[in-house]
Ligand binder design. Structure first.
Ligand SMILES: C[S@@+](CC[C@H](N)C(=O)[O-])C[C@H]1O[C@@H](n2cnc3c(N)ncnc32)[C@H](O)[C@@H]1O
Length: 239
């Protein structure tokens, strides 16, 4: 298990929805564009968290099941079109060929074995079913080491190339970059850090970033905050 286990999410659950990207509508619209007007009868979200995305997807596309390792995160869900289940993405508790849409947003960097999770998702998808995926990535693959360092949490953020390799078991791959511009680092840290020391460490690291990173991320400092553009990689594939 990585350090980011159930306990970590139990602590984050309380303020999770205050992080600005979680409910950002243009982000969610951008994600939904990957499936357009297609309709689905059996939908699964992997790593559903507090259900912020599921709320919108279930209202637009129909009832869905969401699985998450953290009961505290899914305890925040109260919606008649969402069925939350506590479980591990590495071992999905569903029969083969069950869903015609499975999606996952910003979960992969917390997984011990992303390849296993992708094969579980593949197994649970019906033939021709769709897998829709979104993930925060470094602004460019060649700056991955600096990006992992600056986030400061001993997490590896997969590069676009690494993600596309995981998708090689799927067909009909489509992908898009989506940029969330001018994101406040204070908003992110205030709602995700475990203590002041961690927060200060990550701010200091941002202040020490390279010229290359700053240019790619449109880095900007104000008197009391730092703003950057955050790149998300959205990919869809079919079984
Ligand atoms: C950054 S949150 C994303 C939540 C949601 N997908 C969203 O976009 O708002 C990551 C979520 O992944 C869940 N998670 C982490 N490891 C998991 C695993 N092995 N199986 C299932 N869920 C997991 C966490 O509990 C957390 O709710």
């Amino acid at each position: 298990m990585k350090n980011y286990s159930e306990n970590y999410w139990a602590k984050r659950a309380k303020s999770y929805n205050k992080t600005s990207w979680v409910k950002n509508e243009s982000f969610i619209d951008g994600f939904l564009e990957m499936i357009g007007h297609k309709s689905f009868s059996n939908i699964l979200e992997v790593g559903i968290g507090t259900g912020a995305l599921a709320k919108i997807i279930s209202e637009k596309k129909g009832p869905l099941i969401g699985i998450d390792i953290s009961k505290e995160m899914i305890n925040k869900i109260n919606h008649n079109k969402i069925t939350p289940i506590v479980g591990n993405a590495h071992d999905l508790p569903f029969e083969d060929n069950t869903f015609d849409l499975i999606y996952m947003r910003n979960v992969i960097h917390y997984l011990d074995d992303p390849k296993k999770v992708f094969s579980e998702i593949y197994r649970c998808l019906k033939s021709n079913g769709t897998y829709m995926f979104s993930q925060v990535v470094p602004p460019n693959d060649n700056i991955s080491t600096e990006y992992d360092w600056l986030v400061g949490r001993d997490i590896h953020y997969p590069t676009k190339n690494e993600i596309l390799k995981l998708f090689s078991i799927f067909n009909k791959i489509n992908h898009n970059d989506f940029l969330l511009e001018n994101q406040s680092i204070s908003n992110w840290l205030n709602n995700t850090c475990q203590n002041e020391e961690e927060k200060q460490k990550i701010i200091d690291r941002h202040r020490k970033t390279s010229k290359d990173y700053r240019k790619m991320a449109n880095y900007r400092e104000s008197e009391d905050d730092i703003f950057v553009s955050i790149r998300h990689f959205m990919v869809s594939g079919e079984k």
